[in-house]
Design a protein around this ligand. Structure first.
Ligand code: SAH
Ligand code: TYD
Length: 405
C-alpha cells in the first residue's frame, strides 16, 4: 500500500515496470558506472482520484545543468506555444502593465512570445542549461524550483500575476500543495493559472504507457485537478483538449468564485465518469494491455532480426526509456536512435544503452525499418521523411497497438 501525495489515503498500484533508470540520463559509455535505478509503479487513489507514481527520484537527479530536454526541437511545438501565448493575451487582455509568469519555462519556447509583444514576464526554470538558452532570447529567468517560498519572494520583488502558465511541468512535481499555495498567493484577484499536461483519459484509452517515467509523477484528469484546486481555494473553470504529447489537457484555474465556470468542465467530468476514471476498474486491464504491446513488438523485432532486416529508432524521447527498458529492447534488436538534440547525441540511452546518433546521419543509414519512439510527433516527422521512407522503408509504431506502415 502507498500513501497518496494529495490526500494521504492509502492506494494500490495498478502497473509495475520494475527498476527503471532516469528517463533523460543519456550518458557516455565511460560514465555508465552504477547507473541509478528506482522502482517504477503507478497507482490510483480512489479517494481523490489522483493517478501517481509510488516513488519518484529526488528532483535534483532529474532537473539540473545537463537536462537533456530542449522544448524548441519541434517546430510544431513552437507554433503551439505561440498560439497558447496569444490566447492568454486575449483572455486576460494583457498589456505593458501586466505580468505573466511561467513555471518550467525551459528554453523560452512560450515566453519569447510575450517578450515579442512587450508584455512583462518571468520564467522559472531550475535546469540551468535550458534556462541559459531562454536568457539568450532576452527572457528574464529565475533558475530555481517553483514552490510557495519562491512565490512569496516573487511577490516581494515583482508583482502579482495576471496569468501563471505551465506546460508539461505540473505533472513533474510531487509537492503539489506548496505549488497550489504559491499560485493562490501569486495570482491577482482576476488572474488565471493555466497549465497543460499529458491527459490521463488518453493514456488509459490508448495504453500510452510510455507517458509513465520518472519525471511524470502525476497523470491528471479534470476530476483530480478540480479536487486539488478546491483544497486550495481555487476552482477549475475551463478545460481544453490538446493533441500535443499524444493527447493533453489544458486546465484553467481561477480564485474560487472569481470567474464563471465553463459548461465544458461539467461535461468533461461527466465524460471521465462515463469512462470510469473515478473507479479502480478503469485501470485493471492497463498492465495486461501494456504486456500485449510488449509481446507483439518484441516478436516483431526478433522476426525482423532473424530475416536480416535492419531496424533503427527515431527520437530519443524520455518516453522511449520506459519502452526500451520494460520491453528489453537492446542494441541487437534496434541498432541506434537518431535524434536532433546535441546533448543526447553520441551517448547511450538510459538503461538499454542503445547508441544515440545525430539526426544528420539518419538518411545515410539506410535501414529497412524505423521504430518511431517520438510517436507524439508522428505527423511532423512522417511528413518530413515521406520521400525518404517511400523508398521501400517502413515505420513501426506501437501506440495504441503495434503497426507497420
Ligand atoms: N514547458 C516546457 C518544458 C517541459 S519539461 C515544454 O512544455 O516544452 C519540464 C521542465 O520543468 C524542465 O525544464 C524542468 O527543469 C522544469 N521543472 C521541474 N520542476 C520544476 C519546478 N518545481 N519549478 C519550475 N520548473 C520545474
Ligand atoms: P518529446 O516526445 O517531445 O519528449 P519526451 O522527452 O517528453 O518524451 O521528445 C522528442 C524527441 O525527439 C527529442 O529528443 C527531439 C527528437 N526529435 C527529432 O529527433 N526529430 C524531430 O523531427 C522531432 C520533432 C523530434
Amino acid at each position: 500500500m502507498n500513501k497518496c501525495l494529495i490526500c494521504e489515503a492509502e492506494y494500490q498500484s495498478f502497473v509495475d515496470f520494475g527498476e527503471m533508470p532516469i528517463a533523460n540520463a543519456f550518458a557516455k559509455k565511460e560514465d555508465l558506472v552504477d547507473e541509478y535505478k528506482f522502482p517504477m509503479k503507478m497507482g490510483f487513489c480512489k479517494s481523490c482520484k489522483m493517478v501517481q507514481l509510488a516513488e519518484q527520484p529526488e528532483r535534483e537527479r532529474m532537473f539540473h545543468e545537463n537536462y537533456a530536454f530542449f522544448s524548441s526541437t519541434s517546430n510544431y511545438m513552437k507554433e503551439h506555444f505561440k498560439k497558447f501565448a496569444n490566447s492568454v493575451c486575449e483572455l486576460q487582455e494583457l498589456n505593458e502593465r501586466s505580468f505573466v509568469l511561467e513555471i518550467g519555462s525551459n528554453d523560452g519556447i512560450m515566453m519569447q512570445n510575450f517578450v515579442n509583444r512587450n508584455i512583462p514576464c518571468l520564467g522559472i526554470e531550475p535546469s540551468k542549461n535550458v534556462a541559459k538558452v531562454a536568457r539568450e532570447k532576452g527572457i528574464e529567468v529565475l533558475t530555481e524550483f517553483f514552490d510557495l517560498k519562491l512565490a512569496e519572494n516573487i511577490i516581494t520583488k515583482y508583482q502579482k500575476a495576471d496569468a501563471i502558465l505551465s506546460a508539461n511541468v505540473m505533472c513533474h512535481i510531487p509537492y503539489m500543495h506548496s505549488i497550489y499555495d504559491g499560485v493562490k498567493a501569486l495570482l491577482k484577484d482576476n488572474g488565471v493559472f493555466i497549465f497543460e499536461d499529458p491527459y490521463l483519459g488518453e493514456v488509459i484509452e490508448k495504453t500510452s504507457f510510455d507517458q509513465i517515467y520518472d519525471e511524470h509523477v502525476f497523470l491528471f484528469s479534470a476530476l483530480s485537478v478540480s479536487h486539488l484546486a478546491s483544497m486550495h481555494g481555487l476552482e477549475l473553470i475551463d478545460t481544453e483538449f490538446q493533441i500535443t504529447h499524444g493527447g493533453s489537457m489544458r486546465y484553467t484555474l481561477a480564485h474560487k468564485g472569481a470567474k464563471k465556470v465553463s459548461n465544458n468542465v461539467i461535461t468533461r467530468i461527466k465524460n471521465e465518469m462515463e469512462l470510469g476514471l473515478h473507479t479502480p476498474e478503469a485501470y485493471s486491464n492497463f498492465s495486461d494491455n501494456v504486456d500485449k504491446i510488449r509481446d507483439d513488438l518484441i516478436s516483431l523485432l526478433i522476426e525482423l532480426k532473424n530475416k536480416g532486416k535492419r531496424v533503427v529508432a527515431y527520437g530519443a524521447t524520455s518516453k522511449s526509456t520506459t519502452v526500451a527498458n520494460y520491453f528489453g529492447i537492446t542494441p541487437d534488436l534496434v541498432e541506434c536512435i537518431y535524434d536532433t538534440t546535441p546533448i543526447k547525441q553520441n551517448k547511450l540511452s538510459p538503461g538499454a544503452h542503445i547508441p544515440v546518433l545525430p539526426y544528420d546521419q539518419f538518411r545515410q543509414s539506410d535501414p529497412d525499418y524505423v521504430l518511431l519512439f517520438a510517436w507524439n510527433h508522428a505527423t511532423e516527422i512522417m511528413k518530413k521523411e515521406k520521400e525518404y521512407m517511400a523508398n521501400n522503408k517502413h515505420w513501426i509504431t506501437y501506440i495504441p497497438k503495434v503497426e507497420v506502415s
